[in-house]
Ligand binder design. Structure first.
Ligand code: GLA
Length: 422
């Protein structure tokens, strides 16, 4: 018995139509397989994932859509990968093992190649001669996990084509490995996990030590909403600085005699000293260089904030959640130093609006997006006030939009993709 796939979600009609148009340029066959995977915002828990800490992201209603169909007979055995918005197309030979190629690390298809390699390693039955088209409504390079959504969309599409279902954690790890090995980005596990495992109307509390997850209900729209403020800037130092922060965290853990910074919690409990992990760190402050100390201070305090925030969210205590979001931003700005003037301005402007309960940068930092927790009465005036202040400060506009907690990656019925006009 075949299970019926759900139809394309309404909010993805546009990227699906764009992917369908791109697919039609490769093959006359209609889409035979279809999948999507969402981007994310992170409510709180920044730069904690690769320290095996806690994060609390949710999947947003912007996603990458992937469609596939057989190539016409006689047109070769390759996989033709194309995208509506990501850049030039690529051809992959599925009959040999795909290897990372340092020369094409920056190209979008490196992420897809990495995921394909995972399916090759599983000896998945993948037919030859396939056209695959991607289109995304996640703004690219804006810190909303456009890459994780591409990887997770590719993985979900490949599950469908190969007729297998991966364990969600294994799937998230395969996507993360593609990013590490094929794209050369040393990210943590947060983005891929939430893109794969999110549930509509919920945030996802992820304990990155054992990758266990818990769905925490988000407030209904009549109580609060999340506004994204896209600064549209990405500072050049972003990639190198991410790796540098990872190193500072590793250095701090080593000097503290810990496997990783998350282990500060257990270490603090196991000593005869009083106080929690922050007191544990404080007593050893002189053993650390200033950068390592600041990094450790942010990560240890942020883990405590995530636990508190998840509790507050579960109890509907949005005032506490907003306060913790503010503290998180201040710590990322002052201790971890991954914010920038544009993000700080967006956050300050949001905080000054009546009805905004909290605001912070979201994602890796050095540009990209901030988020604000809004009471309903702020929804009309806050976006305009933030945009005016940003324009005044930088002479260029920021973009604002509301996001809704959405489902993670899914296959959907390929026949539900709107027919192409004409
Ligand atoms: C990027 C990475 C994530 C995470 C965040 C910071 O989004 O992809 O793994 O480390 O930065 O919290």
């Amino acid at each position: 018995m075949t299970t019926r796939l759900p139809p394309l979600p309404h909010h993805l009609a546009r990227p699906a139509a764009r992917a369908a148009a791109r697919l039609a340029a490769l093959t006359p066959a209609p889409p035979a397989w279809a999948a999507f995977a969402p981007g994310r915002v992170n409510l709180i828990g920044e730069h904690t994932d690769y320290n095996l800490g806690l994060v609390l992201p949710f999947a947003i209603d912007l996603a990458c859509v992937a469609l596939a169909a057989p190539l016409p007979k006689g047109q070769g055995t390759h996989w033709a990968l194309a995208s509506d918005d990501l850049g030039r197309a690529d051809l992959v030979d599925p009959t040999t093992f795909i290897e990372p190629d340092p020369a094409s690390r920056g190209h979008w298809s490196a992420y897809v190649r990495g995921v394909l390699r995972h399916f090759q390693d599983l000896h998945a039955a993948l037919p030859h001669g396939i056209a695959v088209a991607f289109a995304s409504s996640v703004p690219l390079g804006a810190g909303l996990s456009s890459s994780a959504s591409l990887e997770a969309a590719a993985a979900t599409l490949l599950e469908s084509i190969a007729g297998i279902t991966l364990d969600p954690r294994a799937k998230a790890n395969a996507c993360r490995n593609a990013e590490h090995d094929f794209a050369g980005v040393p990210c943590g596990i947060m983005d891929q996990t939430v893109s794969v495992m999110a549930r509509a109307g919920h945030a996802l509390l992820i304990d990155c030590r054992d990758e266990s997850t818990r769905h925490v209900p988000m407030p209904p729209p009549d109580l609060a909403s999340i506004l994204v403020i896209n600064t549209r800037v990405k500072h050049a130092l972003a990639d190198g600085a991410y790796a540098e922060r990872r190193q500072a965290c590793r250095r701090a853990a080593q000097r503290l005699g810990l496997q990783d910074l998350r282990a500060a919690e257990a270490a603090a409990q196991n000593t005869a000293e009083s106080g929690g992990p922050l007191a544990f760190l404080e007593r050893r402050r002189t053993a650390l260089d200033p950068d390592a100390y600041r990094a450790a201070h942010h990560v240890i305090a942020e883990n405590l904030r995530v636990a508190d925030a998840a509790r507050a969210l579960a109890q509907g205590d949005l005032v506490t959640l907003g306060r913790l979001m503010n503290q998180s931003h201040d710590s990322l700005r002052d201790d971890f130093r991954v914010s920038c003037t544009e993000l700080d301005t967006a956050v300050d402007a949001a905080r000054d609006c009546p009805g905004v309960l909290g605001a912070r940068m979201t994602g890796g930092g050095f540009g990209g997006c901030a988020i604000a927790l809004l009471q309903p009465h702020a929804a009309t005036h806050a976006p305009e006030a933030i945009k005016a202040r940003f324009l005044d400060a930088f002479g260029s506009p920021c973009e604002t939009f509301t996001v809704h907690a959405s489902d993670g990656a899914r296959s959907f019925d390929p026949s539900s993709v709107p027919a192409l006009p004409g």
